[in-house]
Design a protein around this ligand. Structure first.
Ligand SMILES: NC(=O)c1ccc[n+]([C@@H]2O[C@H](COP(=O)([O-])OP(=O)(O)OC[C@H]3O[C@@H](n4cnc5c(N)ncnc54)[C@H](O)[C@@H]3O)[C@@H](O)[C@H]2O)c1
Length: 393
């Protein structure tokens, strides 16, 4: 049986997912919600949406769509809103998908409290939560999880993962763009209040693109962390609310491996979300890192990996529906083609009453790794414990 789903937040990123959610064969009915009406109209007026969208299902606020009878909500709003909106959705009886990260606000302790609240809300309401972490469904993450499941890494030793995104490569514009409209204007006030109280954020408050890769492949948890940051460039207002331009953390993991995470926003190496993972029997090496191609290497051999061989298959009926959604063979979408997998994973999990792969326990841990790393950096690299909320049952 199919499900009904509401898309909340149809800005730059939410719009990328709208046609995929609408065309999934297990979605019977779709609703649209944004505080800016023209963002709804872009999809509401489409001829190809008539089969699943009715004008009654256009909403101008989260409160209004939470009062509907929809099964699930997909929240792709600004990053400081995610966790409170997801709690509200679950409280109102809706399963929920959240864009990454779990939440980004300047106060690390407040982030940890929101992680805890999300887990508790899921447990109390029985509503499911999934984080739309694109790294989880990059081809290399799928490949490495398969290699890990068959034991090909041997014992895990070390992983390095990074999200390098210098502010000059698009981020200044993104920050400005997210501050327009009603939701953006509200945040300008709140953000100034954190600064008045001397609470400064850091790149580790947007950590899930880097922390998720090693954690999901090794199926381990971070136990302890030390982290250091580099100073913000002086006189650059982009960094007014942050203590560091870049942060580098070292984690001790529950499987005895060590994981190095870099979150850089002030670095000449423009852009990568990537990881490499080293075991006693096998290693995965990311191109741009040490290799010109994605590579699997064991003690005796080395082979280059193609995207097609790294990806998991999607069900044929889903592939067919996504192809017909208007993108043809290019339906996979951005961030390594992860968008199609994220949509399928959430819809399939809710329709089949199972936990999604990137459930609330995984998501909270990915986020907590960054929040505690930032706390360590603020304390000159003090070793701190990383909380864990356990595993999905
Ligand atoms: N790789 C990735 O996973 C990735 C990439 C880009 C963006 N993102 C995430 O996606 C999110 C959205 O980014 P964006 O660039 O689309 O932002 P955006 O500002 O373009 O869009 C956000 C939309 O949410 C709407 N909104 C906010 N609160 C609402 C409410 N209460 N009710 C209804 N609508 C509401 C806004 O009006 C706006 O249209 C960000 O939080 C970002 O973290 C993730």
């Amino acid at each position: 049986m199919g499900i009904s789903i509401g898309l909340v937040g149809l800005g730059a990123f939410g719009s990328e997912f709208a046609d995929l959610f609408k065309s999934h064969p297990l979605v019977d009915r779709i609703a649209l919600c944004d505080m800016e009406p023209e963002r709804i109209a872009r999809f509401a007026k489409k001829e190809s949406w008539r089969d699943k969208f009715n004008e009654r299902d256009a909403y101008d606020s989260l409160d209004a769509i939470c009062a509907s009878d929809l099964d699930a909500l997909v929240i792709i709003t600004q990053h400081w809103l995610h966790a409170p909106q997801c709690v509200q959705a679950m409280e109102s009886g809706k399963h929920v998908y959240s864009a990454v990260p779990v939440i980004t606000i300047p106060d690390s302790d407040e982030i940890l409290e929101w992680c805890d609240r999300l887990v508790r809300t899921h447990e109390r309401t029985g509503m499911r939560y999934m984080l739309g972490e694109t790294t989880y469904f990059r081809p290399e993450a799928m490949y490495c999880r398969r290699k890990a499941a068959e034991g090909s890494f041997g014992n895990f030793l070390f992983a390095e993962a990074q999200y390098f995104h210098d502010v000059e490569h698009g981020l200044r514009g993104v920050k400005q763009h997210r501050l327009v409209g009603k939701a953006g204007l509200e945040w300008i006030e709140k953000s100034a209040d954190y600064q008045r109280r001397g609470i400064l954020s850091g790149p580790m408050h947007y950590p899930t693109h880097s922390t998720s890769g090693p954690v999901c492949v090794m199926n381990a948890r971070a136990l302890k962390v030390n982290c250091h940051g580099t100073p913000v460039p002086s006189g650059d207002s982009y960094f007014d609310d942050t203590a560091f331009g870049n942060e580098t953390a070292l984690f001790r993991m529950s499987n005895n491996a060590t994981v190095r995470i870099c979150e850089f926003r002030n670095c000449a190496f423009a852009g990568t979300e990537s990881f490499s993972i080293y075991g006693t029997k096998g290693c995965y090496l990311k191109k741009n890192g040490h290799k010109s191609e994605d590579t699997w290497q064991d003690l005796w051999s080395e082979k280059s990996l193609s995207v097609a061989e790294m990806r998991d298959p999607l069900p044929p009926e889903v592939v067919e529906a996504f192809r017909r959604s208007g993108r043809g063979d290019d339906f996979y979408g951005g961030h390594g083609g992860s968008h199609a997998y994220l949509v399928h994973e959430f819809v399939d999990a809710i329709a089949n009453d199972r936990q999604p792969a990137i459930n609330v326990y995984e998501a909270a841990h990915y986020m907590a790794m960054g929040a505690v790393a930032h706390k360590s950096a603020l304390r000159d690299g003090e070793t701190l414990d990383v909380p864990d909320w356990g595993r999905a049952m």
